[in-house]
Each structure stands twice: as structure tokens, then as C-alpha cells.
Design a protein around this ligand. Structure first.
Ligand code: PRP
Length: 211
């Protein structure tokens, strides 16, 4: 695992293998979905490493001992649509996590994010939020999402981006220097259509089969 300022680059053989499956345009939608779910579990694990714990005692079959439980609400916030593909891999190991939705799409001509839906659970001020989106390209969508979450009172936010462009990382570091980005790859650049190169194409289209 390599650490840049505010960026956790998760390096792991399983992540490298799954990232390659996701990049490969020839894999089936079944393989794509399965790899995205597996990789989201690993990225989620790193995004949740600062979760607060409270102590409790448990009785093992042998004796009483000290243990822990998570001392906060966890809210996973996918940026729709593609972020939905990262939710279940995290909810699998935080089964009481709440899920807030932020609907936005990128205008194909201006590359600017357009908001169309928001639905957050109560109590995000005190919760541990994990914002998830497979792609950080220009950073416009993530910037909008983070601005919105902060105006709603969110205090603790980690951002999972499966594949990040250097341009998007630089933009977020400038706009939200307090936010930790957890990513599996920092790719080369954006092309003229603001797609990540080499990237994996349009994550939402590949995950939902709308190509
Ligand atoms: C993609 C992606 C991010 C955004 C990244 O979504 O999932 O949300 O673009 O680009 P940015 O960093 O330049 O804002 P898209 O607009 O394709 O919508 P979708 O998830 O509904 O497919």
C-alpha cells in the first residue's frame, strides 16, 4: 500500500488481478460485477480503518475477555449510477450500514456533473461516511458530492474511487484537502472526452449492461 498526501493507493495481488478483469473489455457482465464487488470489499476495508470502537466484555467458552464493537453509524454513499456497484461489497462486512444515494451524471458535452436525486439517512453529522464511485476523472462529480455532504453536516468522509486520474486527484486535493481518497489505481491521464486512460470505459454502462 503506497501513501501519497491524502491518497491511499491499495496495492495487493488480488486487487491487481481484479482490476485487470475490470479493465478487460472482453469480460462478461457477470465477471465484471463479481470483480467489482470483490475489489470494493478490499477498498472498503481500507476506507474503514479509522472506525472508532467501544470496548465490551464477552464470555468465551473459557473465560470473560475484552472485545469491541463499532462505535458509530456507517453510511455508504454511492454516486449514482456506477457507485452502486461498490455498495454491496462493503455492506457484506458492515451489515447494519445505512446507504445514502446521490444521483448525478456527467453532461457529455460540458463534462460538468448534473444532480438529479439525493436521499441521505438521518444523522450523517455523527456518522462515518464512505462516498463511493468507481471513477474519479475530472473530479467534478466527487467535488459536488463532497460539497453536498458537507453542507448537510457530514464531518467524517472517506472517498473510495476504484480508478483515479491524476487530474481528479489534484482537483480534489485542492478543493477538499481534508478528504482521504482510497483508490486501486492512479492512471495516466484524461482523454479529450474526459475519460480516464487507460481506465475501463464507462463503469456505469458496463456494470448495468447499458452499452
Ligand atoms: C461517471 C463516473 C463518475 C463520473 C466521473 O459517471 O461514475 O460519477 O463519471 O467523472 P468526473 O470525475 O469527471 O465527474 P457517469 O456520468 O458516466 O454516470 P453513470 O454513473 O450514471 O454512468
Amino acid at each position: 500500500m503506497e501513501n501519497h498526501k491524502n491518497v491511499t493507493l491499495v496495492e495487493h495481488p488480488v486487487v491487481a488481478r481484479d482490476l485487470t478483469i475490470l479493465r478487460n473489455q472482453s469480460v462478461s457482465i457477470t465477471e465484471f460485477r463479481a470483480a467489482l464487488k470483490r475489489i470494493s470489499t478490499i477498498l472498503g476495508y481500507f476506507a474503514l480503518k479509522d472506525l472508532p470502537l467501544r470496548t465490551l466484555t464477552v464470555e468465551t467458552p473459557i473465560e470473560e475477555t475484552e472485545g469491541y464493537e463499532i462505535d458509530t453509524d456507517v453510511v455508504v454513499v454511492p454516486i449514482l449510477r456506477a457507485g452502486l456497484g461498490l455498495v454491496n461489497g462493503i455492506v457484506d462486512f458492515i451489515p447494519d450500514a445505512k446507504v445514502g444515494h446521490l444521483g448525478m451524471y456527467r453532461d457529455e458535452d460540458t463534462h460538468q456533473p448534473v444532480d438529479y436525486y439525493t436521499n441521505l439517512p438521518e444523522g450523517i453529522e455523527d456518522a462515518y461516511l464512505v462516498l463511493v464511485d468507481p471513477m474519479l476523472a475530472t473530479g467534478g462529480s466527487a467535488n459536488d458530492a463532497l460539497n453536498y455532504l458537507k453542507t448537510q453536516g457530514a464531518q467524517q468522509i472517506h472517498f473510495i474511487s476504484l480508478i483515479s486520474a491524476p487530474e481528479g486527484i489534484a482537483f480534489l486535493q485542492k478543493k477538499h484537502p481534508d478528504i482521504q481518497i482510497i483508490t486501486a489505481a492512479i492512471d495516466d491521464r484524461l482523454n479529450d472526452d474526459a475519460f480516464i486512460v487507460p481506465g475501463l470505459g464507462d463503469a456505469g454502462d458496463r456494470y448495468f449492461g447499458t452499452i
